[in-house]
Design a protein around this ligand. Sequence first.
Ligand SMILES: [Zn+2]
Length: 92
Amino acid sequence: MTLLCFSCEVQLHVHRLGVLVVQHADIGPSAIWKADEYRCPKCGNRIIANFATKPLAECWQGQQFTAVMNVTRSTPGNVVHCREFPDPVYFQ
Ligand SMILES: [Zn+2]
């Protein structure tokens, strides 16, 4: 996968592998995904891409979801929060 910075016209580099993405719904956190963070070497613009094909945990999984949510709370610098579905294909 090649990712380009639109402003700088250079390829983004991997900055961190395995960031955690907490997906939020109206009821609160609904799923936790693993993905990678890329950064533009010129302007520093950061994006999250390369999402796993399935979430690490979903809210209906009870204790498993709680355990992964606790990991996100203990490593806040490694966590991104979003309201969008990272992989719409998964939900079809
Ligand atoms: Zn850039």
